[in-house]
Write a protein that binds this ligand. Sequence first.
Ligand SMILES: [Zn+2]
Ligand SMILES: [Zn+2]
Ligand SMILES: [Zn+2]
Length: 511
Amino acid sequence: MVVVTLTTRNQVWSALPPIGKRDDRPLDLPHLDAVTQAQVVARLLSPDFDAWSVAASRVGFCAKPIRLVGRSDTFDRGTAGLVRTYASAEEPTGVTFVRCGNRRASECESCSRLYAADTFQLIRAGVSGGKGVPERVAENPLVFATLTAPSFGSVHGTHPNHGRCRPRRDTGARCPHGRPLSCMAIHEQDDPALGQPLCPDCYDYASAVVWQWWAPELWRRFTITLRRMLAHHLRVLPANLGHVASVQYAKVAEYQLRGAVHFHALVRLDGPQTPDGFAPAPTTVTAPVLSALVEQAVQAVRVTADPVHDDDIQRVLAFGTQVDTRPVRTSSRTDDPDRELTPGQVAGYLAKYATKSATDTESKDSTHLRRLHATARNMASRTVSADQDPTAPYGLLGKWAHTLGFRGHFATKSRRYSVTLGALRRARQRAQARIAEANRTGTPVDLRQLEAELLADGADGTTVVIGSWAYAGTGWANDGETALATAAASRAREYAQERAQSRKQQSSGEK
Ligand SMILES: [Zn+2]
Ligand SMILES: [Zn+2]
Ligand SMILES: [Zn+2]
């Protein structure tokens, strides 16, 4: 390992976020070949190093930033006056860097962490208020639900209380392919057998792909069914539910080891919508009542799926029977049943699933996942493609073979659940610009007030930005710059973890 100490210039490698905090320890670089090492040294000694590292820190040391050239002018909507201008030509390197925005940690550690943090903020705001969401949202009934896929065949698994995988009294029983129907093992958490079928030839790969294909439709019908059941409970016509209540949700899809997605969702019941938010929720629907209705709705949903090709069958699809719904604030956590499931925890769970989801199937390679992938490709090759008929139900299956048939978004929310990721991003960009300005002029900034102001600004749009930008490329100039940015991103992560740790210790010391 090569350790580079950025002697007099190291203060530039500020660990962002938070803005303004400095970290002056040396960066750890992995082993680099001679060429890359020379590039690192050249960058460190270059006259515009400070400017470059400021630009890099502004994109959080993104591993593969997008380079843009152009300018943007911000006008006041009311007076039409020019508020500020910005051009890439002002940058010492002549280009403006923009984060790659990839949520997968394997692609960009920095952007994936930011995505998780934003998702956490978004979900938590919908649970306890803040970021422009009224705080009384916390009084509304809230349910944390996990919607599973049904079984497509027995797979190896860990069972609660460290039980055996697939115990059977008759351990000699075999499937038609001669494979055991039981497994007496107690699998470790990292056992590669987990999620693999006991018999791949018994496993219904085709149905697994078809279910995954229709999973977003199952979810959509679940929300419709839930609204209908709520209307029935509240004794109003479904069309009039909006007069008394409104269902809001945030959901995240997570791949299980067997390659099927689960939906983890927060379902919230608001009162009718008002211009500034919502009225109180109807008092007859408590969190336990909502929880029971969510469970009934999940179990009632069906989708009839047409055959994918001539030799295929029609299927009636449903969610798995294993539905877990629990009211938040009065429920227990799975890892510590004595404690309540708090809003912060559910937001944390969902944020974790949101970043985990997209990486999992692509990074974990197994015979089972390869076979699911191959099944999806094969079925796609035998169906009417979207080129032949844009309305063909499985026309784009081939395009989604790599996600094992899942074509939905990994994280979604209803419109009124919370603030949007876009609003959070825009507010942050403007905050960075304002803070940079404040640093230049030496005026202190009240971050809390600034955030409120910027989020509100995004909502009613007091300014309008006119920009003209052209794509100039992707990534840093060379491997040396990439190595520096990657090392700085890791350092920023360590720094954030240390801060979180010390905050934790502080708060436990106060108790
Ligand atoms: Zn990135
Ligand atoms: Zn097993
Ligand atoms: Zn078999």
